[in-house]
Design a binder for this molecule. Structure first.
Ligand code: SF4
Ligand code: SF4
Length: 359
């Protein structure tokens, strides 16, 4: 049964005590490149795991040799994380980088296309996973996740951070359905930039842009190239399939490098993910920081703790199951689907032994 450790505090000493058992025997070499996977927060977001807490995790990593850097991937939607230069500036504005933390490197290149193909585990789909090159080529990784709600999966934690957070833009598009980009006629100016860069000739200008879904290969280039924000993704897909693909990608990312430990901060637990600016009132009071080598057991433990906690800020009346809490926030989601799918593909176990530090 997987062990999950819990520190009730989220200060430097708590984090150090929590991570020491995982890191001091890690047997890294001084030349190893160690990725610390973070989410540096979208502009306006204040709930992401901040540079002080990330620095505390990095401090614990000094128990072992290796060259440490922070990393994350670009995203599909418009914002300050759409391409590497914007994300580098935003991460710096959010306090990441020297002298507070090691340098921040965008994992999937200038435009989100730099990836490595990793076979999807036990999947009949002929498409391999597209994992960001920096992550796949790292020698080891520590996965830092903020546990909070999510509009497609109910909640987001380590499995979500591995699956979606380590994929390049093409991988993200694969997970987001049979998803293909869709154009918004009200915003399109007919400039043709998307069609010019589409690698499969799937975009016609008549005179506004329209996308042929049969010709589109889901590369996401048009989203990145459109200056008007007129191309988005169809978020209305069947969420069960999304959970299955997310689990497959999490397994691919996990197997692409050596994951030393996954760390979940169950702090500032907001209804929505760190990709949004305003994420609403907290769902529960802060619970603490949890760690495990098993991302499925880790997320399950966090979900169970949220289940047992009282609602905060009047968000919920009385107590309710964590599943129901997140399900209430995001109707139509099944917060447990990603965990059952992840267990099914062999990423980990939903059974765990919770060990609380100092007890
Ligand atoms: S996602 Fe790629 S292939 Fe599809 S329309 Fe956009 S640029 Fe073309
Ligand atoms: S790049 Fe954007 S604005 Fe220009 S034609 Fe394509 S969808 Fe329209």
């Amino acid at each position: 049964m997987a062990k999950v450790h819990l520190a009730r505090g989220s200060g430097k000493d708590s984090i150090s005590a929590l991570l020491e058992p995982y890191l001091k025997g890690a047997a890294l070499k001084a030349t190893d490149l160690v990725a610390v996977k973070i989410h540096a927060g979208e502009q306006g977001n204040t709930r992401f795991v901040g540079p002080g807490r990330v620095a505390a995790v990095v401090e614990a990593l000094r128990l072992t040799p290796g060259r440490v850097f922070l990393t994350d991937t670009t995203v599909l939607y418009r914002g300050r994380r759409l391409c590497a230069p914007d994300y580098l500036l935003l991460s710096s504005e959010h306090g990441f980088g020297p002298p507070v933390t090691p340098p921040f490197i965008v994992a999937d290149g200038l435009r989100g296309t730099d990836d490595v193909e990793i076979p999807l585990p036990g999947n009949s789909d002929p498409h391999p996973a597209r994992i960001a090159r920096v992550i796949a080529e790292s020698d080891a990784m520590v996965v830092i996740s903020h546990f909070k709600g999510h509009l497609l999966t109910g909640f987001g934690g380590a499995v979500k951070n591995l699956g979606m957070g380590c994929a390049s833009r093409a991988g993200k598009l694969f997970m987001h359905s049979g998803i293909r980009p869709v154009t918004k006629a009200s915003k399109c100016t007919g400039c043709g930039n998307c069609a010019e860069h589409c690698p499969s000739g799937a975009i016609a200008l008549t005179p506004l842009a329209s996308i042929d879904p049969d010709a589109c290969v889901g590369c996401g280039e048009c989203i990145q190239r459109c200056p008007a924000g007129a191309i988005g993704t169809d978020w209305g897909q069947e969420k069960g399939e999304f959970a299955r693909r997310l689990a497959l990608y999490a397994m691919a990312a996990f197997s692409s490098t050596r994951v030393l430990v996954c760390v979940n901060f169950v702090t500032d637990v907001a209804p929505d993910c760190d990709c949004l600016g305003d994420t609403g009132p907290e769902v529960v009071e802060d619970i603490g920081v949890l760690a495990s080598t098993d991302p499925v057991a880790l997320d399950q433990a966090c979900l169970d703790l949220v289940t047992a906690a009282d609602g905060a800020s009047g968000t919920f009346s009385g107590t309710g199951r964590g599943v129901e809490k997140f399900g209430l926030l995001h109707p139509g989601t099944d917060p447990e689907a990603q965990l059952s799918e992840a267990e099914a593909v062999g990423l980990g176990s939903r059974s765990f032994d919770l060990v609380e530090l100092g007890t």
